[in-house]
Design a protein around this ligand. Structure first.
Ligand SMILES: O=c1[nH]cnc2c1ncn2[C@H]1C[C@H](O)[C@@H](CO)O1
Ligand SMILES: [Zn+2]
Length: 384
């Protein structure tokens, strides 16, 4: 027998495994080389580095400050080079290509249209450029043998006052590439209830939204997002851990809010590396995702900002496999959770689960069984 844990995925299997991404910012996932090209085209001379490798390192280090506010300052550079149709199209196409290359089969990518108006684009032109870019990226991925579907979430910035306008925009483009709405930006001092009109509007329209909550601020933020605003999902939501008590004997007691989140199957869009950088968690092993998965919260794994966190879906899973000993079964569980929580229609989610995710994992698990058989028969013939 080998000492291999059943179904422990190799790095290559993690990459090939079908993955679903619900929380990833378009302006947080650019290729460093693309930022440099776009800055040159735009005459933007404030980049801190002009070499792609060094620029990638700069973003990771600058975002590694332990504070969400400092983390967010780095987006000034990416947004600065995403102000034309061509730039938005290129960034969106490359985003879809990069995710597909990493084994992501379904992604909801968010961005704030209001941050891309500096050179005269209208909100509509921004949305159309990004959507066209996603379609192009899907086509290129297909030509390279990968299958991916990308939907957009339109984000409103919580410190600004355009949430209703952006919610209306999301509703207008709903059958045209946009699958939902979000609010993002600094959390402390900017409660989601500031944007209640936007959420109420979306509810009247039977539309979907997620809210960044419980990242830099605790339970009150999660409670407002759910019980005042009616969020369908929580962006991060890590601080729900503050409402869970684990006694010395290992018994667990959920507070009212944590119980509500679990009972109602509220999806938690967890982003481990991002949380380490902003100080929302101390290490992968200490990240609340371990306990939340054990307690069967509707937990999902996400990247948040691949550039600032130097990460990918595969890397997030590699960290979790190392920290918690997760198997292919755990990966499948997170992936099915994410697909169930997506904002596309139920029948389409089900088709992705049955036709893409389950067969993908079955194939990977059969590789593991095959390895076991070969190893076992090899060792028994040696004995025999
Ligand atoms: O993790 C985050 N929390 C709050 N806001 C965030 C996070 N990551 C990115 N953002 C902000 C900065 C981006 O410019 C904006 C839209 O994608 O969303
Ligand atoms: Zn985020």
């Amino acid at each position: 027998m080998t000492s291999e844990t059943p179904n422990t995925p190799t790095a290559d299997q993690i990459r090939r495994a079908p993955k679903v991404l619900l929380h990833d910012h378009l302006d947080g996932g650019l290729r460093p080389g693309t930022i440099i090209d776009l800055a040159r085209d735009a005459g933007y001379d404030a980049l801190p580095e002009t070499d792609a490798d060094k620029l990638g390192i700069w973003f990771r280090e600058a975002a590694d400050s332990g504070s969400l506010e400092r983390y967010l300052e780095t987006f000034a550079h990416t947004c600065a080079v995403m102000q034309t149709r061509d730039a938005l199209f290129r960034v969106a196409a490359e985003c879809a290509e990069d995710l597909a290359e990493d084994g992501v089969v379904y992604a909801e990518i968010r961005y704030a249209p209001e941050q891309h108006l500096e050179q005269g684009l209208t909100l509509e032109e921004v949305v159309e450029a990004v959507t066209d870019g996603f379609r192009e990226g899907e086509r290129r991925a297909k030509a390279n043998g990968h299958r991916i579907r990308v939907g957009a979430l339109l984000t409103a910035m919580r410190h600004a006052a355009r949430a209703l306008e952006i919610a209306e925009l999301a509703n207008r483009y709903r059958d045209n590439g946009v699958v939902g709405f979000d609010i993002a930006g600094a959390e402390a001092g900017f409660p989601p209830t500031r944007h209640l009109d936007a959420f109420e509007y979306l509810k009247r329209e039977n539309n979907h939204f997620t809210i960044h909550a419980g990242e830099a601020f605790g339970l009150p933020s999660i409670w407002q997002a759910l019980q005042w605003c009616g969020a369908d999902r929580l962006g991060h939501g890590v601080r729900i851990i503050d409402d869970i008590e684990v006694a010395a004997d290992g018994s667990v007691k959920l507070g009212r809010l944590a119980a509500y989140v679990r009972d109602k199957r509220i999806p938690l869009e967890m982003c481990p590396t991002s949380n380490l950088q902003t100080g929302a968690a101390d290490s992968y092993a200490a990240h609340p995702i371990g306990l939340l998965r054990k307690l069967h919260f509707r937990t999902t794994v996400n990247t948040d900002n691949r550039l600032m966190s130097g990460t990918s879906m595969s890397r997030e899973f590699e960290h979790l496999v190392e920290a918690f000993g997760y198997t292919l079964d755990d990966m499948q569980w997170f992936t099915v959770n994410a697909m169930k929580s997506a904002f596309i229609p139920f029948d389409e989610r089900l088709a992705m689960i049955n036709d893409v995710i389950k067969p993908g994992y079955a194939e990977l698990k059969s590789e593991w069984l095959f390895r076991q058989t070969v190893t076992t028969s090899g060792s028994s013939s040696a004995r025999g």
